[in-house]
Design a protein around this ligand. Structure first.
Ligand code: ZN
Length: 209
């Protein structure tokens, strides 16, 4: 996580300079941004109940309620800081609408994410060599998360897999076949689709990177 700054022309950004070259002013230090980011993603993905946040079945929480929960833990934080964190997020982790907020992916709580259906023919799942054999046999199941997270490009899935292994294996998922089998696959961000369990016969190719 980098520090979060504010450019008067382009708004919040992460890092030392805005895309326009302006330095802007520091809104949140690197250290605080990391802690605030962890807290907000935890609140919206994993433990809303522990913070007494009311979450609807699509994962939405009132923004003001989230801000109150943040302030109980971090006295220095205001709405400005929370918005800075959310709006500077380049991975599209959060969705803001009508003063409500939700995480777009990464949930371990049970939510029904009503995003549009995925329109791609192929999606990608990066894994390790050890894991790949097992997945080809039993299919791809959500482990710690509510949904299986699939990448929209081979490059993205490789990037994700590289966080866990030096020798990524990429599984190609046949979306059409999965949908025919009744699997619901939705598009959460430009890079990520969320899916229910992928049956083994919907894995059409195994790619060694
Ligand atoms: Zn700028």
């Amino acid at each position: 996580m980098e520090e979060i700054r504010f450019c008067p022309t382009h708004g919040f950004f992460r890092g030392e300079r805005c895309e326009c070259g302006a330095e802007g002013e520091v809104v949140i230090s690197e250290d605080r941004a990391m802690r605030l980011g962890r807290f907000i993603s935890g609140a919206l993905r994993h433990f809303p109940d522990r913070l007494r946040l009311k979450m609807d079945r699509h994962g939405w929480v009132e923004l003001d309620e989230l801000i109150r929960a943040v302030r109980r833990k971090y006295r220095w934080a205001s709405k400005w800081h929370v918005l800075a964190l959310i709006r500077s997020d380049v991975k599209g982790r959060y969705e803001l609408s009508d003063n409500r907020i939700r995480a777009r992916y990464g949930h371990s709580v049970d939510v029904d994410l009503d995003f549009p259906e995925c329109q791609q023919e192929t999606l990608y799942y990066g894994t390790s060599e050890e894991e790949a054999d097992r997945l080809v046999e039993i299919g791809i199941k959500p482990v710690r998360q509510t949904y299986v997270h699939l990448s929209t490009t081979l490059e993205k899935s490789t990037e994700v897999a590289r966080l866990r292994t030096e020798r990524p294996i990429i599984l190609e998922v046949d979306v059409k076949r999965a949908v025919e089998k009744g699997v619901r696959i939705v598009q959460a961000t430009e890079d990520i689709c969320l899916s229910e369990e992928i049956p083994p016969e919907c894995i059409k190719k195994v790619i060694k990177i």
